[in-house]
Design a protein around this ligand. Structure first.
Ligand SMILES: [Zn+2]
Length: 221
């Protein structure tokens, strides 16, 4: 995905902004107030704030990795309002790092999942123990309402669906999602919890051991 995608969710407008190689950051807006989710790079966010005449009200960070935080020092000084854009429920989703967070906005029906649940797959883990932790974190995300839209930290959708099909060649839903990417990349990337459950093999593991083995196969894929 190489252009900004705008999603309307009731009174909330979300701009998904591609930054760096394949990262995604999000501006969550109500009228002219905007909340940023992740800050991998400052310039594209700054340009969007200026072109849409938005006031930055705060920055949420899903986790500490540099490709999600490198723009923080330049963007933090731009916070100029304390207006509330939306009510945010923070969900602890460790595993990829020890303290990943997801942000669920019930009024907009979206969840920002960083590198815990990346659309179509999940983040890497540093150890077998962390794989168990991430498995448990993904169970919490999978328990959100089925129509919740998942907004992850990267566009790895093609690779992720190819892996899903390598694991389960009969998965029609994964094949359709991969085909959809070619004509409508954002439509394929941004999927609901229900669609993630039907296409994302990491939400289909029967237990933590199966999940850890699946994650190892993905590392080698
Ligand atoms: Zn990361």
């Amino acid at each position: 995905m190489n252009t900004i995608t705008t999603l309307k969710r009731g009174a909330i407008t979300i701009h998904a902004i591609p930054v760096l190689n394949d990262n995604l950051v999000y501006l969550v807006c109500r009228e002219d107030a905007a909340l940023l989710v992740d800050a991998g790079e400052a310039a594209p966010v700054k340009a969007m704030l200026e072109s849409e005449q938005l006031r930055l009200t705060g920055i949420l960070s899903t986790h500490r990795h540099g490709d999600h935080t490198a723009g923080l020092s330049k963007l933090q000084p731009l916070v100029c309002s304390s207006a509330t854009v939306a009510s945010v429920h923070t969900i602890s989703v460790p595993g990829h790092t020890p303290d990943d967070l997801a942000f669920y906005l019930p009024d907009a029906g979206v969840v920002f999942t960083g590198d815990a649940l990346i659309n179509g797959a999940c983040g890497r883990v540093p150890s077998a123990e962390a794989a168990v932790t991430l498995y448990e974190s993904l169970q919490r995300l999978a328990a959100l309402p089925d129509d919740t839209l998942v907004l992850g930290g990267h566009d790895y959708l093609q690779e992720n669906m190819r892996f899903a099909l390598a694991e389960n060649p009969a998965c029609t839903a994964a094949r359709e999602r991969l085909e959809c990417y070619r004509i409508d990349a954002p439509g394929a990337i941004f999927a609901t919890i229900a669609e993630e459950k039907s296409t994302n093999p990491f939400l289909q593991s029967a237990n933590a051991d199966d999940f850890a083995r699946l994650r190892q196969r993905k590392d080698r894929f």
